[in-house]
Structures are given as structure tokens and as C-alpha cells.
Design a protein around this ligand. Sequence first.
Ligand code: AMP
Length: 281
Amino acid sequence: MLKLQTVAEVRSFLQPHRAAGRRIGLVPTMGALHEGHRSLIRAARAACDVVVVSIFVNPTQFGPNEDYAAYPRPLEDDLAACRAEGVDAAFCPPVEEMYSPQAATTVSVARLTEGLCGAHRPGHFTGVTTVVTKLFNIVQPNVAYFGQKDAQQAVVIRKMVHDLMFPIEIVTCPIVREADGLALSSRNVYLSPAERRQALSLSQALNWAREQVAAGERNVATLTEGMRQRITAAGPCVIDYVSIVDADELTPKQRVEGNCLIALAVRIGRTRLIDNIVVSV
Ligand code: AMP
């Protein structure tokens, strides 16, 4: 496996593959790779001739009071994980390679970025869509892989790809969870043992909502209130949102109908956790 750090290195590595008509898959990550990331890499490995994983903690998607400096960066472990998954090249650029101080251009997606995490993390999605655009232009993959864990991000990227006519197929992979239900996240390492137990309330609240919907409950206020109660009963936390929205448009629903995304973001101590499920009725 190659470790590439510059745009020029990525381009010269991929040029002969592209010329030979090989299918190139890209898995964008911020590193601290876990089984969730690895599921994306495996999906890419199964469907593509050449697999590129990017490992870049993107400064522009972090707010000023967020965890950019503290974000885990176990690069050697990440490279070993990529090697073990049969990745062809890991792209690990320094920040200066991705962002010039003279840069004047960003990419932003309107409407879909207003609610959910967008309402609580101003500028976050512009950081995401700008860096993903750069990665798409550097790698020019045939297909790129994203996780349903970041459901709003996946919807926003799909919209961007459609609106800006990127010739790239977007694959969204299911959420990988711990045996007890906690969604895997690079941020789970921040949790103390007590917070880790408390964090289980997120997936439990989502499962409760799924059962309620299966039993016929359609009232969104009833469902979100029940989820909030379950989360706050587990311990001290700040709920950024518990929302039920249209799964494609991300618009708020009053009643559960069609494909609905049930999504939440909760801060437990210094750790912000997100999780979601999709229900179809
Ligand atoms: P990140 O490194 O957090 O930026 O995540 C990189 C990619 O991995 C994103 O597309 C995430 O949605 C995806 N991902 C993160 N956690 C999980 C998980 N538990 N299951 C599936 N995909 C995930």
C-alpha cells in the first residue's frame, strides 16, 4: 500500500489506472479508523479495482469551540488498518496541501444543511462539502463511499454530486454498531466508562421509537418527547436535537409517513454523539 501526501502523488499514482479504465473507489475519512470505516473500505474493495482511502482531519468542518485539536490522530494504526483491508493508497495530506491561505472558494449546499446538525454547527457542512469537492477533484473516483451514521452528510453529498454534476456514484453504507447498540464513532474514545453506559440511551431511544412506529404510533411529537425522556433519564446531557424528518428532503414531519429519518445529537460531557434510524411506513 502506498502512503501519499501530495495531490501530485495521488494524480500520478492514479493516472495509469484511469487510463486502463479501472474502477476507482474513494473512502473519505478523518482517520481513527474503526469497524464503521472498515465496512466502507470493504464495500469499496469488493466493488472497485483501485481503492483510495483519505485520512484528513479537516479543520474547516470544526467550529471554533469544537474538538479539532483533540481529535484522535493514530496515523500508524490507521495505515495498518488500511493495509489489512487491502487498500491500494492512503492519502494523508498535511493541512497546507489541502488549504492555501490565499483560497477564496468554498462549496455549500443550501436548504438541506439548515436543520439537524447544520443548525447546531454553523459552517460545518460547508467545510464538509468543500473538502469532499477537493477530494473528488484530486482522486476523480468512479464511486465514493459514505456512512449512514452521518445521515445528513450523506444526503448533502448526494445533492451536491447531483447539482454540480460530478460523474461519481455515491454509495451509503449502513451504521456499524457495538454489540450493545452504540454506533461506532471516532469520538467514542472521549467517553468515560459512566458516559459510555449513558451513551447507550441514544440507540435505545431510537429502538424504542422504531417499536412505537411498528405498533402504529404516527405522532412525531409523541415519539420525539418519548425519546427525549429516555435520553435525559439516563443521565446529565444536552440534547442538540431529536428530530423526525423526511429521509430525502430532511424537512420536518408532523406524522410518520413514507421514509422518515429519526435522528438525534446529544452531548454527554464533552462528547457530541449522533445516531439515527430510518423507518418506512
Ligand atoms: P469520519 O472519519 O467520522 O469523517 O467518517 C468517515 C466516514 O465513515 C463517513 O462517511 C462516516 O459516515 C462513516 N462512518 C463513521 N462511523 C460509522 C459507523 N459507525 N458505521 C458506518 N459508517 C460510519
